[in-house]
Structures are given as C-alpha cells and as structure tokens.
Design a binder for this molecule. Structure first.
Ligand code: PMT
Length: 378
C-alpha cells in the first residue's frame, strides 16, 4: 500500500517515518562538511564545559523542479534568529547558527539591509582612505568588537541551508552530534520551516514549461515521473500550474525523544490571528513535549511574544512602547508617527527573550528536567 510521507498511520512509529523520509529524500551535498565542522566545534565546547545553542533561522524553500528554477518560499528574513544568536553569545553560549543562506547573520545584520547599507556609514575622498563617519564610529566599533570576540573565541559556527530537505537533514545531524553536550545543549528553533514539500519521487527534473506549445497535452504522454507512480507534484493542467504538496513529516517529537533527549528545546509558534495564538502554542507544547513554546504574531512579533512553559504557565514579554524601533516607513511599529519625541533608544525584544530562556535553561541544568518528574535524565 502506498503511503505518503507524513501521513498519519497507526502502524507507523515516528522512527519509521524518520527512516522513510531520510531514505527517500537526498542527503545534501555539504552535509558531511557541516558535520565535520560541527563535530569539532562541539568537542571544543564540551571540553570547555560551555553551553551550546543551536539557533535555526530564516525560511526554507520548497523547490518545484530538481534543476530548480521555481520554488515556494516564505516571509522570514531571519531577524529573530540572527538577533537572538548575538544575545546568546553575550549570555555566554556558543552558537551553531543554522540559517537560510543569504538571510540575516549575527553582527553583519546591522548593516546588510538595503535600507541600512554599510556604504551609507562610510566616508572618504577619491584617493584617500575610506573610514567610518564620526556619527557611526561608536556603534560600529561595538558591533565589530563583539564580532571579533566571537571569532577569536570560536563561539559562532555558521551553517547555511536553502531547502526544507536540507534543513531537516542538518537538524537531525546536528541534534545527534550535540548528544555529548547533555543538558548543556539548547535548541532555539526560530526558523520558519515549510509545512509542505515536494518529495524527491514526485519532483520533475527540468523546468516546468508554461507556454502552451511546450505544455504536455493533458494526460496524453505521461512523464517519467507519472510512469513511476503518482503525478509530479507540480505539473501543467491545460494553462494552469497545479501544485500538490505532501506534508512535511513532523520530526519535532523525535527531537525530544530520540535525537536530543537531554537538551532544552524551545520552539516558536507563528500565527496571524490573536485569538488563536495561546491555544496553538499550548497545543504545540503538549504535542511535541518541548520545554518552552514562544508564540508570536506576524504583525507584532518585533515587540511582543508569549512564553508558554512546560508547567502550563503563560507569560507575555513586551518591549515598552517608547522603546520600540521605528520602521523604515517612518512610522513606529505600534502605529505612532516617528520623529523626535519622548522615545528612548530602541530595545530589541530578543534582548529580553534570550536572558529569560537562559535563566530557564540554568534552572533545568541545576534542578533537572521538569518534564521528567523524578529529575532523571533520558
Ligand atoms: O525571521 P523573522 O522575520 O524575524 O521572523 C521570525 C519568525 C516569526 C519566523 C519566528 O519568530 C517564528 O515564529 N518561527 C516559527 C514559525 C512557525 O510557526 O513555525 P511552525 O509552526 O511551522 O513550526 C513550529 C516550530 O517547529 C518552529 O519552532 C519551527 O522552527 C520548528 N519546526 C517546524 C517544522 C519542522 N519540520 N521542523 C522544525 O524545526
């Protein structure tokens, strides 16, 4: 009987689903290189008894063709992940930053926006040296100092992914490599991971032809993929492009039970409807048995988040109204018009989130895992 990856089936255990997924979907070409880098990094920090946070960041793509011209993507720029990574480093963690390639990176994020380009901070004559303008010296020096410290102390490892498949392979590999860290490992899953994908067996090789002259006559000549079984996930039907995606198998429970049983695991829940946020975050916590789910709404995520802990406690963390950053449109994030007013320097919400997370992590290390009542380790 054919079973689609991720489909619920009473006879399939999470381990079966894992084995099936990783057998059917190709290992990324750079996984072995990532694995070597991560192993060395983790060994170093195990030796120094340092905590290590795996921060995931940015969106995942869902390619529609093997030789990819078209793909499905999402909104995430990686702000949450890149900003949080900096605060983890400041709080004494080493950070493995598993990020979407070309999304924001810790430290360089301050100057990589098109609206905040580093070139606007520089000055110099045609032949003379290029220097940072006086107004920005202090701020840039501070970012540079922190960046150099992370490099010198070897506390930041950057590992990129692009597709959802690459993300899943990397997450599993890193989770297993982090085993020796025991409770000193922390997962901070800020990436916006696609819930749907095209499994390898239903991916077309070449660019899907949109022009009528090249489009396959409706059903006349089955493609190679069609001959092998189901229709390709993305195919033309007359003039329409049909996309029929499979659900991404839910590996989040496996992260707790199988891959990283001693680590602290924090996942995020994104919603757009405020009425759903708390219940969806609680539902995710119950379903995946993580230590903490951080709920956030698309439109307010930069200044408020909801912590839902394993004991069911709910707590909002908010940036005070006069500390919210102005957006590039000149309006403040809370809708007030920008300009000189009673505002104090902007505060990043991650500067409030990360110390709270670190403190819960300390508590877990000192008092044992609250999800295991007798404090026993897995
Ligand atoms: O990048 P920004 O623009 O700053 O935006 C940040 C953010 C809004 C993307 C971030 O704060 C956030 O909420 N990320 C999670 C989005 C979400 O709702 O994910 P989810 O419900 O599909 O998944 C739940 C959790 O499991 C997430 O932590 C996700 O990273 C993780 N996950 C999901 C599926 C999967 N296959 N693997 C995962 O690790």
């Amino acid at each position: 009987m054919h079973r689609t990856a991720g489909e619920p089936d009473a006879h399939y255990t999470p381990t079966d689903i894992e084995m099936e997924y990783f057998a059917a979907n190709p290992k990324p070409g750079d996984l072995d290189r990532h694995s070597t880098l991560a192993r060395t990094f983790i060994e170093h920090h195990v030796e120094h008894k340092r905590r290590v946070a795996l921060v995931t960041s940015g969106g995942t793509t869902v390619p529609l063709e093997n030789q990819t011209v078209r793909f499905i993507d999402n909104f995430s720029a990686g702000t949450r992940g890149a900003t949080s990574a900096e605060y983890f480093l400041e709080n004494g963690y080493a950070v493995i930053f598993l990020h979407r390639q070309f999304s924001l990176l810790p430290y360089s994020r301050h100057y990589s926006h098109s609206t905040n380009c580093f070139l606007d901070y520089m000055t110099g004559t045609e032949d003379g040296p290029v220097v940072v303008q006086n107004d920005y010296q202090q701020q840039m020096a501070s970012v540079l100092r922190r960046y150099r410290k992370a490099k010198k102390e070897n506390t930041l490892l950057l590992l990129p992914f692009v597709t959802v498949n690459e993300y899943l392979w990397n997450l599993r590999e890193l989770a297993m490599l982090m085993h020796p860290l025991g409770a000193n490992a922390l997962f901070y899953l800020a990436a916006a991971v696609s819930d749907f994908f095209v499994p390898a067996e239903r991916m077309v090789e070449h660019k899907i032809q949109s022009g009528e002259e090249f489009a396959q006559p409706n059903g006349d000549v089955p493609s190679e993929e069609e001959q092998r079984g189901r229709k390709p996930a993305a195919h033309m039907d007359g003039k329409s492009l049909m996309i029929d995606l499979d659900p991404v198998p839910k590996f989040l429970k496996l992260l707790v039970d199988g891959w990283a049983p001693q680590a602290m695991i924090i996942s995020f829940k994104l919603e757009t409807d405020p009425n759903l946020l708390a219940s969806k975050a609680k539902g995710a916590l119950k379903k995946y048995a993580h230590h903490l789910v951080i709920g956030n709404l698309l439109n307010t995520r930069k200044w408020e988040v909801l912590f839902v802990s394993a004991d069911g406690a709910e707590k909002w963390i908010r940036v005070p109204a006069n500390r919210r950053a102005k957006s590039v449109t000149g309006r403040t994030d809370n809708g007030r018009t920008g300009g000189k007013d009673d505002r104090e320097p902007a505060l990043e919400i991650e500067s409030l989130i990360v110390p709270e997370v670190a403190s819960q992590h300390s508590h877990m290390i000192e008092h044992g895992d609250p999800r295991r009542p007798n404090g026993s380790q897995a």
